[in-house]
Design a protein. Sequence first.
Length: 307
Amino acid sequence: MRVLVTGGAGFLGSHLCDRLLKEGHTVIAMDNLITGDIANIAHIRNEKFLFIKHDVTDYIYVDGALDAILHFASPASPVDYLELPIQTLKVGSLGTHKALGLAKSKNARFLLASTSEVYGDPLIHPQKEDYWGNVNPVGPRGVYDEAKRFAEALTMAYHRYHGVDTRIVRIFNTYGPRMRINDGRVVPTFIAQALENEPLTVFGDGSQTRSFCYVDDLIEGIYRLLMSDHHDPVNIGNPKEMTILDFARIISRLIGKPENIKFKPLPVDDPKVRQPDITKAKKLLGWEPNVGLEEGLKKTIDYFIHK
C-alpha cells in the first residue's frame, strides 16, 4: 500500500511509519512539527519514505494514489493542548475534515487516532466502546476531548454518507521511546524527575488510576485494526490498572532512587479512573498487549538516559 500518516513525526506517528515500512508499504509522513520532531524519523533511510512538512488544517495535496490515510496529527499531552487550545481544536475538526476529504477523493482507507479521553471522567469502569462518556465541554481539557469526539462523529458521517472505508482507534495511555521528556505526561515526567533526583509529582492523593500500554503493543493493535474491516471504535490499551502512587514507586525502584514523592492539587477534570475493556480488540483483531510494564519501562528509561 501507499500510506499517508499525518502527525508522522510525532511519538506514535513515527513508530507507525516504522511499522508500515517494515511491512513493505510506501509511507508519506506529514507533520507541521508543532509537537512532532524531525529527530523521530531521522533514522529512516528508505526509498519508500517521504516526509512533507505541512499543516493538515490547510488543504492537503498528495500526488498520486493513496491506499490508506492514518490521521494522527494532534497535540496529545495536557501540556500541549492547554498551551495550544485553538490548534488542538482545529486539527481535530478542520484537519480531520481535510484528511477525510483526501481519503474520499483517493478512495483510500481512513484510520482515525482517537483517544480514551472521549470517555472523560468516566462513570463506567472499565470503559467499553459503547459508553458515551462524561466530558466537560467547557473545561480546560475540553479542547482535546471534544476535538476527538467531533473527529469521531465526522469520521462516521463520512463512512455513512460518502461510503469512506473508515476505522477508529481509541488509544489509552501509551508510553515508550520518542516521548518528549517535557511533554507533561506521567511516564516521561516521573522518569525525568527520578533521573534528576527530584521528587516525583503526584496530583491529588495518587489514588487515581491509569493503565499503561507499551508503544510496540499499541502499534501492533493499530496495524491489525487498519487491516481489518471493522468501522466502529475499538479500544487499544493495556487493561492492567494501577494507581499513580504505585506507578511512582515502580519508577523510583527501577531507576534505583529512594522513594521521594511530592503531592500537588488534582488538575481540573482529571479522570479518576482509566482502564480499557479490550474484549472487542481480542475478539475482532486477536490482539492483546504482550510487553510487561517493567520490561517496557526499562526500555523507555534507557531511551531517556541515552537520548
